[in-house]
Structures are given as structure tokens and as C-alpha cells.
Design a protein around this ligand. Structure first.
Ligand code: SF4
Length: 184
């Protein structure tokens, strides 16, 4: 597969599914290199732009696992609109911390949080239609859509993200030094 992005300024979109925004924060940790990134790409839907829906993009970065119906919708929308889709961080790559609930029955989780938990004053499991339905299990994103690249780590470091984006945008083969790869 030739994943070289076109010569014009590529468009970049990002989204957080069931994650903690730590992977987005890691991207911000590239510090002053953010100015270089602004030169390299045009931002579409990201927390920087506050655009709510993703347009056609060259690169989509996805943080977080797939835990509810809204996550599925956002992820499928990104897959539809992004030429290259990247799983960023442990939660997106293998379910990470959110997937720790997979060893318990969903109803038991809801009961523990909303009914039986310490300090619960008005036991009630919320069922407002505005609230996305939880899936029985949390899934890594590759179980829902095709993923082109995976960046492990909780979170992947700023240097890892920066190196990856530079290599991808310039059409180089993605090849990290071992020091930039970790699986926590
Ligand atoms: Fe947060 Fe780690 Fe998951 Fe990234 S991989 S969203 S930093 S818990």
C-alpha cells in the first residue's frame, strides 16, 4: 500500500473515543514543534479547531477504545473520511485501561457505579436517550474498522508522535528507533 500523502498540505483530524485525552496531551508535548506541525498540516476536526464533524482528510488519529455506540459512529465516520487511520495509544491499539471492565459483566459494572457503590445517594442507572449506550465489551479500534498504523504506549511519547507524523507526511518508510516504541 502506498500511504504517501499528497504534495499539497495534508489534512489531519483527531478524535478521542473512550480514552483520557492523555494521547492528545502527548501530542501537545511536542512543545514548540507544534508551530512546525501547523506548517506541515491543515487541521480538520481536532480539539484545537473544535470542528465537530470530520471532513475528508489525509490522516486521522484515533485515541481511545470503542466502549459505546457513539464511539462506533465516530470511528466509522473517521474511517470513511480519512485515507490513513492511525490507532494512537494503548486504549485504541488493544483496549487499554477501559478494557479492564471486560472481565466483568456490564450489568455488574453499572450496578457497582450507580446502585451499590460507596456514597451513592440516589440509586438509579441513567437511561436518557441522549446518553450513548454502552457496549458489552470495550474493543480496540481494529476490531471495528481497518487500521493502517498502530502507535502503542500509554501514551505514545511526543517524540514518537512527532517522528511518526514527519515520516508519514514526507513519504518516508515509518521506522522508529527502538527507544521510541513502548508497550505500557
Ligand atoms: Fe489515556 Fe493511555 Fe489510553 Fe492514551 S493510551 S487514552 S494516555 S489511558
Amino acid at each position: 500500500m502506498n500511504n504517501r500523502v499528497p504534495n499539497k498540505k495534508p489534512k489531519l483530524a483527531t478524535a478521542a473515543l473512550c480514552g483520557c485525552f492523555g494521547c492528545h496531551m502527548s501530542l501537545l508535548d511536542i512543545d514548540e514543534r507544534i508551530f512546525n506541525l501547523v506548517e506541515l498540516v491543515e487541521f480538520d476536526r481536532t480539539p484545537f479547531t473544535d470542528i465537530k464533524s470530520v471532513g475528508y482528510c489525509d490522516i486521522g488519529l484515533i485515541e481511545g477504545g470503542v466502549a459505546n455506540t457513539e464511539n462506533v459512529e465516530v470511528l466509522r465516520d473517521f474511517r470513511k473520511h480519512c485515507k490513513i487511520l492511525v490507532a494512537v495509544g494503548a486504549c485504541a491499539v488493544n483496549g487499554g485501561i477501559p478494557a479492564m471492565r471486560n472481565q466483568f459483566d456490564l450489568q455488574d459494572c453499572l450496578d457497582e457505579v450507580y446502585i451499590d457503590g460507596i456514597g451513592v445517594a440516589n440509586p438509579l442507572i441513567p437511561n436518557d436517550p441522549e446518553i450513548p449506550l454502552l457496549l458489552d465489551k470495550v474493543h480496540p479500534i481494529h476490531e471495528v474498522v481497518k487500521v493502517d498504523y498502530s502507535l502503542p504506549g500509554c501514551p505514545p511519547s511526543a517524540d514518537t508522535l512527532w517522528t511518526f507524523l514527519n515520516e508519514l507526511i514526507s513519504g518516508q518508510q515509518i521506522s522508529f528507533p527502538y527507544s521510541l516504541i513502548h508497550y505500557d
